[in-house]
Design a binder for this molecule. Structure first.
Ligand SMILES: Nc1ncnc2c1ncn2[C@@H]1O[C@H](COP(=O)(O)OP(=O)(O)OP(=O)(O)O)[C@@H](O)[C@H]1O
Ligand SMILES: [Mg+2]
Length: 359
C-alpha cells in the first residue's frame, strides 16, 4: 500500500501541487519555511485525517482561503488503485474513499497507515505516557482487530466506574463494574505483553544497526505495580479512587521505558542517538506489522539532518531502505545522502510553497 499521487489545494503555504511519487524513496529538499513539513503533513492527513502539528482543524487551511483539498491515489499490493479525497472547510469535513462518502473515520482505519517522525511531534522519548500508549495502541489497532473492540469495551466500563466514583456512590455501586473492567483489562494486558515480546526481537535488530549498544530492552509497565495484580490494586485503592474521582490502576495508566545496556535511553544517549533510537523503535513497529500481514502505508521522516551527522543519516536511510515501504524524507541539505542502493527514488524541490519534481 502506497501513495501513488497527490493533488494538494490550499494546504498551508501550498497553493496547488500535483505530484506523482516513488513507491520507494521520495526526497524533499528546500530551505527553511519552503513548505517541506507542510507536504509531509498533507500526506499524513490523507492517512489519519488529522495533522501531526496541530489539534486545530482549520490551521492548515491556507491563509485567506475557505478550505483545503487533498486528492490522493493509493496503490494496493494487488495493483488496485483507490482514490481518496479530503476536503476541510472552515465549517466541516468531507472524506471520500473509493468513490464512497466516509461517515465514520474508523471506517478509514488501515486504508493508508502512516507513521511520522518530526521535530513538531512528541516522540516515545520526549512525549508523556499518554503519547507512548497511543503509539502502542496504534500498532495494536492495526494488527489485532479484536484489540480495538476490547479497548473500547474497557474505556466504556472505566467511564461508568469513574462516573460512579465522582458521584460518591456506595461501594457496591462502584465495584459492580470491576468484574467487567478486570476482564477487559486482562485481555488488553495479554495483547500488550504479546506485542512487546514480539517487538523486542525487531527492536534489538533495528537499534543494533543504528547504535553502538549491546542490548536494548523494553520495560513494560502494565498500569499497576510489578508483583501485584490489577484486581488486588483496585480493591486496595477504592478509597483513594473515591477521593480522586477516578480509577488509579489499569491499562489506561500503562507505560514503557527503553533501556540500553541496562540504563535509561534518555540519560545514556546523546540527542542524535535518541533520534536514531526513536527511528529504530518505529521501524521495529513497522517490521512487526509487516510480519503479521498488516499493510503499512508510508513512513514520513521530517528534517533528516537535524541532530544526525552524515554517518547516522546514512544509517537511518539504510534501515528505511531495508523495509519494503514507501518513504518520504525531508531535508534542508541532501548533499551527504548516499542513494546508490535505492532502486526507486524521486526528488522534489520545494520553494515558497511550490513543489517541483527534480528530474
Ligand atoms: N495556514 C497557513 N497558510 C499559509 N501559510 C502557512 C500556513 N501555516 C503555515 N504557513 C507557512 O508555511 C510556510 C512553510 O512552513 P513549513 O513548516 O512547511 O516549512 P519547512 O520547509 O518545513 O521549513 P523548516 O525547514 O524551517 O522546517 C511557513 O512560512 C509558514 O509560516
Ligand atoms: Mg519543517
Amino acid at each position: 500500500m502506497g501513495l501513488q499521487s497527490l493533488e494538494i489545494c490550499d494546504f498551508r503555504n501550498i497553493r496547488h501541487a500535483s505530484l506523482t511519487f516513488s513507491p520507494g524513496l521520495n526526497l524533499i529538499r528546500g530551505e527553511n519555511a519552503a513548505g517541506k513539513t507542510s507536504l509531509l503533513e498533507a500526506i499524513y492527513y490523507l492517512g489519519r485525517v488529522r495533522s501531526f502539528r496541530t489539534p486545530h482543524v482549520n490551521q492548515p487551511i491556507r491563509d485567506g482561503q475557505a478550505a483545503f483539498r487533498l486528492v490522493g491515489r493509493l496503490l494496493r499490493e494487488d495493483s488496485h488503485q483507490i482514490p481518496i479525497g479530503i476536503e476541510r472547510q472552515n465549517t466541516g469535513l468531507q472524506v471520500h474513499l473509493d468513490g464512497c462518502v466516509v461517515r465514520r473515520l474508523s471506517d478509514l482505519a488501515g486504508s493508508f497507515p502512516v507513521q511520522v517522525l518530526s521535530g513538531d511531534t512528541p516522540t516515545i522519548l520526549s512525549g508523556g505516557p499518554r503519547y507512548r500508549r497511543q503509539a502502542l495502541d496504534w500498532a495494536l489497532f492495526h494488527v489485532e482487530h479484536a484489540y480495538r473492540e476490547v479497548w473500547q469495551r474497557y474505556v466504556r466500563v472505566l467511564r461508568q466506574r469513574n462516573a460512579a466514583l465522582r458521584a460518591q456512590r456506595p461501594a457496591n455501586q462502584i465495584t459492580v463494574w470491576d468484574t467487567e473492567l478486570l476482564d477487559a483489562a486482562g485481555q488488553i494486558h495479554q495483547y500488550r505483553e504479546m506485542y512487546f515480546e514480539a517487538l523486542s526481537t525487531h527492536l534489538h535488530a533495528e537499534v543494533r544497526r543504528l547504535l553502538p549498544f549491546e542490548t536494548i530492552q523494553l520495560n513494560y509497565q502494565p498500569g499497576w505495580p510489578a508483583g501485584t495484580t490489577m484486581a488486588e490494586r483496585i480493591a486496595m485503592a477504592l478509597e483513594k479512587d473515591r477521593a480522586l474521582g477516578s480509577t488509579q490502576y489499569g491499562p489506561h495508566r500503562a507505560d514503557f521505558k527503553l533501556l540500553v545496556d541496562g540504563r535509561p535511553l534518555q540519560s545514556h544517549c546523546s540527542r542524535g542517538q535518541q533520534k536514531a533510537a526513536v527511528v529504530g523503535f518505529m521501524l521495529a513497529q513497522v517490521r512487526y506489522q509487516q510480519a503479521r500481514g498488516a499493510p503499512m502505508g508510508a513512513f514520513l521522516l521530517d528534517d533528516l539532518g537535524s541532530e544526525l551527522d552524515a554517518r547516522h543519516q546514512s544509517r537511518v536511510l539504510e534501515s528505511l531502505r531495508q523495509l519494503d515501504l514507501q518513504v518520504f524524507v525531508s531535508a534542508i541539505d541532501t548533499g551527504p545522502v548516499d542513494l546508490t542502493f535505492w532502486s526507486s527514488v524521486k526528488r522534489f524541490h520545494v520553494e515558497h510553497g511550490e513543489i517541483k519534481e527534480v528530474v
